[in-house]
Write a protein that binds this ligand. Sequence first.
Ligand code: PEP
Length: 258
Amino acid sequence: MKKNKLLVANWKMELSYNQSIEWLKQYGPELKELATTEQVELVVCPSFTCLDYFKNYLGDTKVKLGAQDCSGHTHGSYTGQVAATSLKELTCKYCIIGHTEWKCSINNLVHKLNEQVAQKAAILIHEGIVPIVCIGETLIEKQTGKTLEILEQQLAQVLQAAQASNYTQLVIAYEPVWAIGTGALPEVQELQAICKHIKLYCAQFLDQNTIRLLYGGSVNSKNTEKWLQIPEIDGFLVGKASLDFQELKKIVVLVSRG
Ligand code: PEP
C-alpha cells in the first residue's frame, strides 16, 4: 500500500489576521474538500493569532492544523513566546521548528540554535504534537562541500531527543536556505543523494518508519512532479505557493497521483 504524502502549507507572516480569515472564508469549503484527496495529508500553518479561528472553522475536517514555531520552555516568564500546551489546546497536530527564517531572526550561536530546536522537539513530543524539524545548508556551506556535515549537525540533538522518548513520528523538512523563496532549485540527482543521506543518518537513531522527509524550497505546481521522482521524499513544505489556492490545489492533485 502506498504511504500518504504530507503537504504542509507554511503561511509565514504573509497575511494579516483579517486577510487570513478572508482567505479561509473564500477557499475554506474547497480546502476541506481538497483535504479529502486520497494519498495526501494536508496541513495548514497560519500565524499564531489565527489558530483559534482556524480550529473552530476547520473543526474535525481532514485539514490538519499546524503552528509555525513554539517555545523551548513548557511555561513561565518568557515574554512573547507560545507554549506547546497552548498549541495542543488549539488542536495543532504539527509544529514547524527551526525554520531558517526563525534562525536568521535571532542572533545566536549555531550550536545554541540546534540545542533550542531539540528542546522544542522534546516539548512537542511530550504534548503529542509532531515536530516538523527544518534543516538546510546555506549557499556558502553548499559551495564549500559542507552540506551533509551541516545537516547532521542540525539533526543530531533532535534525533537524540526523539530517541530518548521512543518517539514514533518525526518529520524532517530539508530546505536548502538558498532555495527558500528564491526560485533557485537543486538538481534532482543531487537532492536525491542528500535525501538518502538524511534518511540513513536518521536510521542510526530511530526506526526508519517513524521518519517522514519533506522537501521545501520554492516548491510550486511547475516543479512538484520533478521531486516526486525521488522515492525518499514523503511530502513537501510549501511557502509562497500555498497561499494561492489554485496553486495549492494543483500541487495536491500532482502529489496524490504520485
Ligand atoms: C518555506 O516556507 O519553508 C518555504 C520553503 O518557502 P517557499 O516555498 O516560499 O520557498
